[in-house]
Write a new protein. Structure first.
Length: 301
């Protein structure tokens, strides 16, 4: 009997440039968390976060490779191109964060008091964590939308920026819960509402793109996203003005870090982090608005 279904296995999933990048991601990720679990060690919330990043990224990358190699992704109710592009961008951001945090908190040049063997394992884990970030960044570079190319929305600059915007918002939320005293004024509570609203809507946009359900909506998704992005620019612009005034003006806050503030537990530090990343996200939304004028959404790839 002659087969009409084509090859059962997709060898391009592991032999193409993107496939090779994913194999390297699996290798570097597995090596990193194995080194940490075996001898390098980790502790506290920072170490737990790093281990979560490496194991989570390894598991999802292995899932992606398996699905593409066996063609199983065609059975999933996902927009596969949007899903892989979104994950690659998210993994890039998470892996670079872990690659900075782990050596910052756990690597030292001297052997005392952890011992030379543990120090060497931690240095090796940090090196492979950096290589893991490079591998994910390479996939983003290889799969990003090229000029004139029909591709999935999450592979475009605007789609990738959505992931970065949500990631930056998570950093802002982390600083908010770290004794930022945002409930002190109604104005700063407004800023928190801005961060929360924009984060939720951005996640919804990504979710609809990844699941490929945009065509089922009763309103034009493309136009709605552009309108939302314009609204987000205005909202973040208001937060970028209000937050620094009510945190660093002499009338409401302190323009300089209080000398008696404990390191790592100072509200002023959290307020400064929030202010910086508010401006970062404002810039990201402005860039998103500029790029969204030049793309067309493709939800089924």
């Amino acid at each position: 009997m002659e087969s009409t279904g084509g090859p059962y296995l997709n060898t391009a999933a592991v032999t193409s440039p993107v496939g090779i990048a994913r194999l390297l991601q699996m290798t570097f990720g597995c090596t990193t968390f194995s080194l940490v679990a075996h001898r390098a060690g980790f502790s506290a919330a920072y170490g737990t976060f790093c281990m979560f990043v490496w194991t989570f990224c390894f598991a999802i990358t292995m899932f992606i490779i398996a699905c593409e190699f066996t063609h199983l992704h065609s059975c999933l109710s996902l927009s596969w191109g949007n899903f892989t592009a979104a994950f690659a961008m998210l993994a890039t951001l998470m892996s670079v964060t872990a690659a900075v945090i782990y050596p910052l908190y756990f690597v030292q040049l001297g052997c005392y008091p952890i011992g030379c063997e543990v120090r060497d394992f931690r240095i090796a884990a940090s090196v492979f964590a950096g290589l893991l970030f490079v591998a994910y960044a390479a996939e983003v570079f290889l799969t990003r939308a090229k000029p004139g190319q029909v591709t999935s929305y999450m592979a475009t600059i605007s789609g990738l920026l959505k992931i970065v915007q949500a990631f930056v918002a998570c950093i802002i939320f982390g600083a908010l819960v770290n004794d930022s005293q945002y409930s002190k004024y109604v104005a700063t509570q407004w800023c928190v509402a801005v961060y929360s609203f924009c984060f939720v809507v951005t996640v919804v946009v990504v979710a609809f793109s990844v699941t490929g359900k945009t065509a089922l909506l009763w309103f034009p998704f493309e136009r709605s996203v552009v309108i939302y992005t314009f609204g987000a620019v205005l909202l973040y612009l208001s937060a970028a003005v209000i937050w620094p005034v009510f945190c660093f003006d002499n009338k409401y806050g302190s323009p300089q870090r209080p000398s008696l503030c404990a390191k790592g537990k100072c509200p002023w530090d959290s307020q400064l982090v929030i202010a910086i990343f508010t401006y970062v996200n404002l810039l990201l939304y402005v860039l998103d608005l500029a790029y969204s004028q030049r793309i067309r959404f493709v939800s089924h790839l």
